[in-house]
Design a protein around this ligand. Structure first.
Ligand SMILES: NC(=O)c1ccc[n+]([C@@H]2O[C@H](COP(=O)([O-])OP(=O)(O)OC[C@H]3O[C@@H](n4cnc5c(N)ncnc54)[C@H](O)[C@@H]3O)[C@@H](O)[C@H]2O)c1
Length: 447
Protein backbone atom coordinates (compact mmCIF):
# COMPACT_ATOMS: atom_id res chain seq x y z
CA UNK A 1 0.00 0.00 0.00
CA UNK A 2 1.03 3.61 -0.46
CA UNK A 3 0.96 5.15 2.99
CA UNK A 4 1.58 8.71 4.18
CA UNK A 5 2.11 9.53 7.86
CA UNK A 6 1.61 13.17 8.81
CA UNK A 7 3.78 14.10 11.82
CA UNK A 8 7.18 12.53 12.36
CA UNK A 9 7.54 12.51 16.13
CA UNK A 10 7.85 9.49 18.43
CA UNK A 11 4.74 7.84 17.04
CA UNK A 12 5.10 8.92 13.42
CA UNK A 13 8.72 7.87 12.88
CA UNK A 14 8.10 4.56 14.64
CA UNK A 15 5.06 3.91 12.47
CA UNK A 16 6.85 4.93 9.27
CA UNK A 17 9.75 2.56 9.96
CA UNK A 18 7.52 -0.32 11.07
CA UNK A 19 5.12 -0.05 8.11
CA UNK A 20 8.00 0.20 5.61
CA UNK A 21 9.57 -2.88 7.23
CA UNK A 22 6.22 -4.62 6.72
CA UNK A 23 6.44 -3.95 2.97
CA UNK A 24 4.37 -0.80 2.52
CA UNK A 25 5.62 2.20 0.52
CA UNK A 26 5.74 4.91 3.18
CA UNK A 27 6.23 8.67 3.08
CA UNK A 28 6.72 10.46 6.39
CA UNK A 29 5.35 14.00 6.20
CA UNK A 30 6.99 16.49 8.55
CA UNK A 31 6.64 20.26 8.58
CA UNK A 32 9.35 21.14 11.08
CA UNK A 33 12.45 21.88 8.93
CA UNK A 34 15.12 20.58 11.37
CA UNK A 35 13.22 17.31 11.93
CA UNK A 36 12.68 16.85 8.21
CA UNK A 37 16.33 17.58 7.41
CA UNK A 38 17.45 14.95 9.94
CA UNK A 39 15.09 12.37 8.47
CA UNK A 40 16.12 13.15 4.90
CA UNK A 41 19.73 12.71 5.97
CA UNK A 42 18.81 9.28 7.35
CA UNK A 43 18.83 10.24 11.05
CA UNK A 44 15.95 9.73 13.44
CA UNK A 45 15.07 12.95 15.26
CA UNK A 46 13.75 11.02 18.28
CA UNK A 47 15.66 8.54 20.39
CA UNK A 48 14.17 5.03 20.63
CA UNK A 49 15.96 1.71 21.01
CA UNK A 50 16.59 0.12 17.60
CA UNK A 51 14.90 2.93 15.66
CA UNK A 52 18.03 4.33 13.99
CA UNK A 53 19.14 0.92 12.65
CA UNK A 54 15.66 0.08 11.38
CA UNK A 55 15.32 3.53 9.79
CA UNK A 56 18.59 3.02 7.89
CA UNK A 57 17.50 -0.46 6.75
CA UNK A 58 14.09 0.80 5.61
CA UNK A 59 15.74 3.63 3.64
CA UNK A 60 18.00 1.12 1.90
CA UNK A 61 14.98 -0.85 0.68
CA UNK A 62 13.67 2.33 -1.01
CA UNK A 63 10.32 1.91 0.76
CA UNK A 64 10.73 4.87 3.14
CA UNK A 65 11.05 8.53 2.19
CA UNK A 66 10.22 11.87 3.78
CA UNK A 67 8.63 15.07 2.56
CA UNK A 68 7.06 18.29 3.80
CA UNK A 69 4.41 18.32 1.10
CA UNK A 70 1.54 15.85 1.33
CA UNK A 71 -0.44 17.29 -1.60
CA UNK A 72 2.49 17.27 -4.01
CA UNK A 73 3.49 13.65 -3.38
CA UNK A 74 -0.18 12.55 -3.51
CA UNK A 75 -0.49 14.20 -6.92
CA UNK A 76 2.44 12.18 -8.27
CA UNK A 77 1.06 8.87 -7.00
CA UNK A 78 -2.07 8.85 -4.79
CA UNK A 79 -1.87 7.43 -1.30
CA UNK A 80 -4.19 4.57 -0.31
CA UNK A 81 -4.22 5.70 3.29
CA UNK A 82 -3.00 8.69 5.31
CA UNK A 83 -2.21 8.28 8.99
CA UNK A 84 -2.19 11.34 11.24
CA UNK A 85 0.25 11.23 14.16
CA UNK A 86 0.64 14.92 14.98
CA UNK A 87 0.95 16.27 18.51
CA UNK A 88 -1.96 17.06 20.84
CA UNK A 89 -0.11 19.05 23.52
CA UNK A 90 -1.79 20.45 26.62
CA UNK A 91 -3.18 23.97 26.36
CA UNK A 92 -3.06 26.41 29.28
CA UNK A 93 -6.26 25.04 30.81
CA UNK A 94 -5.08 21.43 30.51
CA UNK A 95 -7.39 20.84 27.53
CA UNK A 96 -5.84 19.03 24.58
CA UNK A 97 -4.76 21.48 21.88
CA UNK A 98 -6.16 20.00 18.66
CA UNK A 99 -4.83 22.65 16.28
CA UNK A 100 -2.26 20.28 14.69
CA UNK A 101 -4.95 17.64 14.13
CA UNK A 102 -7.33 20.23 12.67
CA UNK A 103 -4.83 21.41 10.09
CA UNK A 104 -3.61 17.90 9.22
CA UNK A 105 -7.21 16.78 8.61
CA UNK A 106 -7.81 19.79 6.38
CA UNK A 107 -4.75 18.83 4.33
CA UNK A 108 -6.08 15.29 3.86
CA UNK A 109 -9.58 16.53 3.03
CA UNK A 110 -8.15 18.60 0.18
CA UNK A 111 -6.61 15.56 -1.57
CA UNK A 112 -8.09 14.17 -4.77
CA UNK A 113 -8.93 11.33 -5.01
CA UNK A 114 -9.60 11.16 -1.24
CA UNK A 115 -7.62 8.43 0.54
CA UNK A 116 -8.68 6.55 3.68
CA UNK A 117 -7.67 8.54 6.77
CA UNK A 118 -6.62 7.15 10.13
CA UNK A 119 -6.20 9.47 13.11
CA UNK A 120 -3.82 8.04 15.71
CA UNK A 121 -3.20 11.16 17.83
CA UNK A 122 -4.79 11.13 21.30
CA UNK A 123 -7.94 13.30 21.24
CA UNK A 124 -10.79 13.71 23.76
CA UNK A 125 -14.07 11.83 23.24
CA UNK A 126 -16.24 13.50 20.63
CA UNK A 127 -13.31 15.13 18.83
CA UNK A 128 -13.51 13.02 15.66
CA UNK A 129 -17.22 13.77 15.30
CA UNK A 130 -16.65 17.49 15.79
CA UNK A 131 -13.60 17.70 13.50
CA UNK A 132 -15.25 15.69 10.71
CA UNK A 133 -18.20 18.08 10.55
CA UNK A 134 -15.98 20.29 8.40
CA UNK A 135 -15.10 17.36 6.11
CA UNK A 136 -18.22 15.21 5.62
CA UNK A 137 -16.66 13.65 2.51
CA UNK A 138 -14.14 11.88 4.78
CA UNK A 139 -16.65 10.32 7.22
CA UNK A 140 -16.96 6.99 5.44
CA UNK A 141 -13.22 6.76 4.92
CA UNK A 142 -12.32 7.73 8.46
CA UNK A 143 -11.03 5.64 11.38
CA UNK A 144 -9.91 6.71 14.81
CA UNK A 145 -7.16 4.27 15.82
CA UNK A 146 -5.38 5.35 19.02
CA UNK A 147 -1.75 4.46 19.56
CA UNK A 148 -0.70 2.70 22.79
CA UNK A 149 3.06 2.40 22.34
CA UNK A 150 5.42 3.13 25.22
CA UNK A 151 8.47 5.27 24.69
CA UNK A 152 11.51 3.06 25.22
CA UNK A 153 9.88 0.08 23.49
CA UNK A 154 8.06 1.95 20.71
CA UNK A 155 9.03 -0.26 17.76
CA UNK A 156 8.26 -3.50 19.60
CA UNK A 157 4.96 -2.09 20.87
CA UNK A 158 3.92 -0.95 17.40
CA UNK A 159 4.85 -4.29 15.87
CA UNK A 160 3.20 -6.44 18.55
CA UNK A 161 0.48 -4.39 20.27
CA UNK A 162 -1.71 -5.88 23.01
CA UNK A 163 -4.81 -4.77 21.08
CA UNK A 164 -5.89 -2.68 18.12
CA UNK A 165 -8.73 -0.25 18.81
CA UNK A 166 -10.63 1.12 15.82
CA UNK A 167 -13.46 3.66 15.91
CA UNK A 168 -15.55 4.01 12.73
CA UNK A 169 -18.86 5.31 11.44
CA UNK A 170 -18.74 3.05 8.38
CA UNK A 171 -17.14 -0.39 8.07
CA UNK A 172 -15.69 0.64 4.66
CA UNK A 173 -12.19 1.51 6.01
CA UNK A 174 -11.85 -1.83 7.87
CA UNK A 175 -10.30 -3.75 4.92
CA UNK A 176 -7.78 -0.92 4.52
CA UNK A 177 -6.82 -1.24 8.19
CA UNK A 178 -6.58 -5.01 7.94
CA UNK A 179 -4.21 -4.67 4.99
CA UNK A 180 -2.26 -1.90 6.71
CA UNK A 181 -1.67 -3.89 9.90
CA UNK A 182 -1.78 -7.29 8.17
CA UNK A 183 0.74 -9.02 10.41
CA UNK A 184 -0.95 -8.14 13.71
CA UNK A 185 -2.49 -11.07 15.56
CA UNK A 186 -3.77 -9.17 18.61
CA UNK A 187 -7.48 -8.74 19.46
CA UNK A 188 -9.31 -5.93 17.65
CA UNK A 189 -11.86 -3.74 19.38
CA UNK A 190 -14.09 -2.20 16.70
CA UNK A 191 -16.40 0.51 17.95
CA UNK A 192 -17.46 4.13 17.41
CA UNK A 193 -14.85 6.91 17.25
CA UNK A 194 -16.15 8.42 20.54
CA UNK A 195 -15.69 5.12 22.38
CA UNK A 196 -12.26 4.51 20.83
CA UNK A 197 -11.20 7.99 21.98
CA UNK A 198 -12.38 7.20 25.51
CA UNK A 199 -10.54 3.84 25.52
CA UNK A 200 -7.26 5.67 25.00
CA UNK A 201 -7.89 8.16 27.83
CA UNK A 202 -9.24 5.51 30.20
CA UNK A 203 -6.15 3.33 29.57
CA UNK A 204 -3.69 6.13 30.30
CA UNK A 205 -5.67 7.24 33.35
CA UNK A 206 -5.52 3.72 34.75
CA UNK A 207 -1.74 3.58 34.26
CA UNK A 208 -1.36 7.00 35.89
CA UNK A 209 -3.57 5.85 38.76
CA UNK A 210 -1.30 2.84 39.36
CA UNK A 211 1.72 5.15 39.68
CA UNK A 212 -0.10 7.50 42.06
CA UNK A 213 -1.32 4.48 44.04
CA UNK A 214 2.29 3.25 44.39
CA UNK A 215 3.30 6.72 45.54
CA UNK A 216 0.52 6.81 48.10
CA UNK A 217 1.64 3.39 49.37
CA UNK A 218 5.16 4.85 49.65
CA UNK A 219 3.77 7.58 51.94
CA UNK A 220 2.12 4.87 54.02
CA UNK A 221 5.45 3.03 54.18
CA UNK A 222 7.25 5.79 56.07
CA UNK A 223 7.50 3.76 59.30
CA UNK A 224 10.99 2.34 59.98
CA UNK A 225 10.14 -1.33 59.62
CA UNK A 226 8.01 -1.05 56.49
CA UNK A 227 9.70 -1.68 53.13
CA UNK A 228 7.94 -0.15 50.11
CA UNK A 229 9.89 -2.33 47.65
CA UNK A 230 8.70 -5.53 49.28
CA UNK A 231 5.15 -4.17 49.55
CA UNK A 232 5.04 -3.40 45.82
CA UNK A 233 6.72 -6.70 44.97
CA UNK A 234 4.12 -8.56 47.01
CA UNK A 235 1.22 -6.58 45.59
CA UNK A 236 2.37 -6.75 41.96
CA UNK A 237 2.83 -10.51 41.96
CA UNK A 238 -0.94 -10.81 42.01
CA UNK A 239 -1.72 -11.42 38.32
CA UNK A 240 -4.85 -9.31 38.69
CA UNK A 241 -2.61 -6.34 39.51
CA UNK A 242 0.82 -6.85 37.89
CA UNK A 243 4.08 -5.00 38.51
CA UNK A 244 3.94 -2.57 35.60
CA UNK A 245 3.51 1.08 36.62
CA UNK A 246 3.75 0.23 40.34
CA UNK A 247 7.12 1.90 40.87
CA UNK A 248 7.14 4.70 43.48
CA UNK A 249 9.10 7.79 42.50
CA UNK A 250 8.64 11.42 41.63
CA UNK A 251 5.50 10.69 39.67
CA UNK A 252 4.57 10.13 36.06
CA UNK A 253 6.63 12.40 33.83
CA UNK A 254 6.54 10.94 30.34
CA UNK A 255 4.98 13.04 27.61
CA UNK A 256 1.57 11.31 27.70
CA UNK A 257 0.23 10.57 31.19
CA UNK A 258 0.42 14.14 32.56
CA UNK A 259 -1.21 15.68 29.50
CA UNK A 260 -3.82 12.97 28.99
CA UNK A 261 -4.99 12.94 32.62
CA UNK A 262 -5.21 16.75 32.54
CA UNK A 263 -7.13 16.66 29.25
CA UNK A 264 -9.61 14.07 30.55
CA UNK A 265 -10.14 16.05 33.76
CA UNK A 266 -10.81 19.17 31.70
CA UNK A 267 -13.16 17.27 29.41
CA UNK A 268 -15.10 15.84 32.39
CA UNK A 269 -15.33 19.21 34.13
CA UNK A 270 -16.79 20.71 30.96
CA UNK A 271 -19.58 18.12 31.17
CA UNK A 272 -20.20 18.54 34.89
CA UNK A 273 -18.93 15.02 35.65
CA UNK A 274 -17.19 14.52 39.02
CA UNK A 275 -13.95 12.49 38.74
CA UNK A 276 -12.60 12.12 42.31
CA UNK A 277 -10.29 9.24 41.38
CA UNK A 278 -8.79 11.06 38.42
CA UNK A 279 -8.44 14.27 40.44
CA UNK A 280 -6.66 12.40 43.24
CA UNK A 281 -4.35 10.72 40.71
CA UNK A 282 -3.31 14.13 39.39
CA UNK A 283 -3.05 15.68 42.87
CA UNK A 284 -0.79 12.89 44.19
CA UNK A 285 1.39 13.28 41.12
CA UNK A 286 1.68 17.05 41.42
CA UNK A 287 2.83 16.73 45.02
CA UNK A 288 5.61 14.20 44.32
CA UNK A 289 8.46 16.58 43.26
CA UNK A 290 7.78 18.54 46.47
CA UNK A 291 8.82 15.45 48.48
CA UNK A 292 12.42 16.01 47.45
CA UNK A 293 12.37 19.51 48.89
CA UNK A 294 10.74 18.24 52.08
CA UNK A 295 13.44 15.59 52.51
CA UNK A 296 16.22 18.08 51.78
CA UNK A 297 14.79 20.49 54.36
CA UNK A 298 14.50 17.71 56.93
CA UNK A 299 18.09 16.64 56.38
CA UNK A 300 19.83 19.96 55.63
CA UNK A 301 17.72 22.35 57.68
CA UNK A 302 14.95 24.73 56.70
CA UNK A 303 17.26 27.08 54.83
CA UNK A 304 18.59 25.51 51.64
CA UNK A 305 20.21 28.78 50.50
CA UNK A 306 23.83 28.22 49.62
CA UNK A 307 23.63 24.42 49.89
CA UNK A 308 25.44 22.66 47.06
CA UNK A 309 23.03 20.10 45.61
CA UNK A 310 23.82 17.68 42.77
CA UNK A 311 21.01 16.47 40.54
CA UNK A 312 21.91 13.14 38.96
CA UNK A 313 19.93 12.61 35.76
CA UNK A 314 17.39 14.97 34.26
CA UNK A 315 15.64 12.57 31.90
CA UNK A 316 12.43 10.95 33.12
CA UNK A 317 13.68 7.62 31.79
CA UNK A 318 17.17 6.68 30.53
CA UNK A 319 15.76 5.09 27.39
CA UNK A 320 13.83 8.14 26.15
CA UNK A 321 15.08 11.60 25.22
CA UNK A 322 11.58 13.06 25.67
CA UNK A 323 11.94 15.71 28.37
CA UNK A 324 8.62 17.46 27.77
CA UNK A 325 7.02 16.61 31.13
CA UNK A 326 9.98 15.27 33.13
CA UNK A 327 9.83 16.05 36.90
CA UNK A 328 13.32 17.60 36.53
CA UNK A 329 11.68 20.49 34.64
CA UNK A 330 9.71 21.37 37.78
CA UNK A 331 12.18 20.38 40.48
CA UNK A 332 15.48 21.86 39.27
CA UNK A 333 14.18 25.46 38.83
CA UNK A 334 12.73 25.22 42.36
CA UNK A 335 16.07 24.03 43.74
CA UNK A 336 17.94 26.75 41.85
CA UNK A 337 15.57 29.36 43.32
CA UNK A 338 15.98 28.04 46.87
CA UNK A 339 19.47 26.60 47.09
CA UNK A 340 21.27 28.43 44.30
CA UNK A 341 24.28 26.11 44.06
CA UNK A 342 22.76 23.37 41.93
CA UNK A 343 24.86 21.12 39.69
CA UNK A 344 23.22 18.93 37.06
CA UNK A 345 24.57 15.80 35.42
CA UNK A 346 23.03 13.54 32.79
CA UNK A 347 25.13 11.38 30.45
CA UNK A 348 22.69 11.90 27.57
CA UNK A 349 22.08 15.65 27.83
CA UNK A 350 24.80 18.02 26.65
CA UNK A 351 25.96 21.10 28.54
CA UNK A 352 24.33 23.53 26.11
CA UNK A 353 20.93 21.85 26.36
CA UNK A 354 21.32 21.74 30.16
CA UNK A 355 21.96 25.50 30.25
CA UNK A 356 18.89 26.16 28.11
CA UNK A 357 16.65 23.87 30.15
CA UNK A 358 17.94 24.79 33.61
CA UNK A 359 19.27 28.35 33.74
CA UNK A 360 21.27 28.95 36.90
CA UNK A 361 22.27 25.29 37.35
CA UNK A 362 25.86 24.23 36.60
CA UNK A 363 26.19 21.35 34.11
CA UNK A 364 28.80 18.73 35.07
CA UNK A 365 30.38 16.26 32.71
CA UNK A 366 30.75 13.38 35.16
CA UNK A 367 29.13 11.95 38.24
CA UNK A 368 32.15 12.44 40.49
CA UNK A 369 32.57 16.15 39.80
CA UNK A 370 28.81 16.65 40.19
CA UNK A 371 28.74 15.29 43.75
CA UNK A 372 32.17 16.59 44.82
CA UNK A 373 31.55 18.93 47.76
CA UNK A 374 27.76 18.64 47.44
CA UNK A 375 25.78 18.32 50.67
CA UNK A 376 23.06 16.40 48.88
CA UNK A 377 22.65 14.38 45.69
CA UNK A 378 19.21 13.91 44.15
CA UNK A 379 18.76 10.97 41.77
CA UNK A 380 16.11 11.66 39.11
CA UNK A 381 16.99 9.05 36.46
CA UNK A 382 17.81 5.38 36.88
CA UNK A 383 21.03 5.62 34.86
CA UNK A 384 23.15 2.44 35.19
CA UNK A 385 26.14 4.75 35.80
CA UNK A 386 24.42 6.04 38.94
CA UNK A 387 23.14 2.68 40.16
CA UNK A 388 26.45 0.92 39.65
CA UNK A 389 28.67 3.80 40.82
CA UNK A 390 31.13 3.25 43.64
CA UNK A 391 29.09 5.10 46.22
CA UNK A 392 31.80 4.77 48.87
CA UNK A 393 34.00 6.95 46.61
CA UNK A 394 31.19 9.37 45.81
CA UNK A 395 30.19 9.67 49.49
CA UNK A 396 33.81 10.37 50.44
CA UNK A 397 33.81 13.39 48.14
CA UNK A 398 30.52 14.81 49.40
CA UNK A 399 30.22 17.41 52.14
CA UNK A 400 28.41 16.42 55.36
CA UNK A 401 25.69 15.37 55.91
CA UNK A 402 26.01 13.73 52.43
CA UNK A 403 22.32 13.13 51.84
CA UNK A 404 21.30 10.98 48.86
CA UNK A 405 17.65 11.43 47.82
CA UNK A 406 16.62 8.67 45.45
CA UNK A 407 13.70 10.03 43.42
CA UNK A 408 13.48 6.79 41.40
CA UNK A 409 14.03 4.24 44.20
CA UNK A 410 16.67 2.75 41.93
CA UNK A 411 19.74 2.58 44.16
CA UNK A 412 20.27 -0.62 46.12
CA UNK A 413 19.95 0.18 49.85
CA UNK A 414 22.11 -2.80 50.80
CA UNK A 415 24.99 -1.39 48.74
CA UNK A 416 24.71 1.97 50.50
CA UNK A 417 24.30 0.53 53.99
CA UNK A 418 27.25 1.41 56.23
CA UNK A 419 28.55 4.21 53.98
CA UNK A 420 29.00 7.72 55.41
CA UNK A 421 25.83 9.07 53.81
CA UNK A 422 22.14 9.39 54.61
CA UNK A 423 19.98 7.52 52.11
CA UNK A 424 16.37 8.60 51.57
CA UNK A 425 14.11 6.94 49.00
CA UNK A 426 10.44 7.50 48.19
CA UNK A 427 8.89 5.66 51.11
CA UNK A 428 11.00 3.58 53.41
CA UNK A 429 13.36 1.12 51.72
CA UNK A 430 15.20 -1.46 53.74
CA UNK A 431 18.45 -3.23 52.91
CA UNK A 432 17.58 -6.82 52.05
CA UNK A 433 18.06 -8.32 55.50
CA UNK A 434 15.82 -11.35 55.34
CA UNK A 435 16.74 -14.51 53.50
CA UNK A 436 19.02 -13.04 50.80
CA UNK A 437 22.79 -13.43 50.73
CA UNK A 438 24.62 -10.10 51.19
CA UNK A 439 25.02 -8.31 47.85
CA UNK A 440 22.42 -10.40 45.99
CA UNK A 441 20.42 -8.25 43.58
CA UNK A 442 16.96 -7.28 44.77
CA UNK A 443 14.05 -8.34 42.60
CA UNK A 444 12.98 -5.50 40.30
CA UNK A 445 10.04 -3.71 41.90
CA UNK A 446 8.42 -2.99 38.55
CA UNK A 447 8.02 -4.92 35.31
N1 LIG B 1 4.92 9.77 22.41
C1 LIG B 1 4.28 8.70 22.84
O1 LIG B 1 4.82 7.85 23.54
C2 LIG B 1 2.84 8.47 22.43
C3 LIG B 1 2.25 7.22 22.67
C4 LIG B 1 0.92 7.02 22.29
C5 LIG B 1 0.19 8.07 21.73
N2 LIG B 1 0.80 9.28 21.54
C6 LIG B 1 0.00 10.36 20.93
O2 LIG B 1 0.40 10.42 19.57
C7 LIG B 1 0.42 11.79 19.12
C8 LIG B 1 1.81 12.13 18.61
O3 LIG B 1 2.71 12.06 19.70
P1 LIG B 1 4.28 12.30 19.50
O4 LIG B 1 4.88 12.17 20.84
O5 LIG B 1 4.76 11.47 18.38
O6 LIG B 1 4.24 13.84 19.05
P2 LIG B 1 5.46 14.78 18.62
O7 LIG B 1 5.12 16.13 19.12
O8 LIG B 1 6.76 14.15 19.02
O9 LIG B 1 5.42 14.76 17.04
C9 LIG B 1 4.42 15.40 16.30
C10 LIG B 1 5.06 15.85 14.99
O10 LIG B 1 4.04 16.26 14.08
C11 LIG B 1 4.56 17.34 13.31
N3 LIG B 1 3.41 18.01 12.67
C12 LIG B 1 2.38 18.65 13.25
N4 LIG B 1 1.51 19.07 12.33
C13 LIG B 1 1.99 18.70 11.12
C14 LIG B 1 1.54 18.84 9.78
N5 LIG B 1 0.39 19.45 9.49
N6 LIG B 1 2.30 18.34 8.80
C15 LIG B 1 3.47 17.72 9.07
N7 LIG B 1 3.95 17.54 10.32
C16 LIG B 1 3.21 18.02 11.32
C17 LIG B 1 5.30 18.16 14.33
O11 LIG B 1 6.22 19.05 13.73
C18 LIG B 1 5.99 17.05 15.14
O12 LIG B 1 7.25 16.72 14.60
C19 LIG B 1 -0.05 12.61 20.32
O13 LIG B 1 -1.42 12.82 20.24
C20 LIG B 1 0.28 11.72 21.51
O14 LIG B 1 -0.54 11.98 22.62
C21 LIG B 1 2.10 9.50 21.86
Amino acid sequence: MRVAIIGQGYVGVTGAVALARQGHQVTGIEREPARLAALEAGRTPVSEPGLQDELSLARETGRLSFSSDLAHSHLRQPYDVVLITVGTPPGETGAADLSQVTSALAEVAALLPPPAVVLKSTVPPGSSARLLQAHPQLRDRYAYNPEFLNQGSALDDWTAPARTVVGLWSRDPLPVLHELYGALTCPWVVTTPDTAEMIKYASNTFLAMKISFANECARLCAAPDLDIDKVMQGVGLDPRIGHAFLQPGLGFGDSCLPKDTAALAHWAAGRGVDTPLLDATIAVNRAQPGLVRDVLREELGEQLAGCAIAVLGVRYEPWSDDLRAAPSRVLIPRLVAEAGAVRVWDPAVGAEQMRQLFPGARPCTDLKSAVQGARAAVVLTEWPETIEADWSLLAAGMAPPAVVVDGKNCLLPERLAGLPLTYRGIGNRLPDRVGAPAGAPRPAPSA
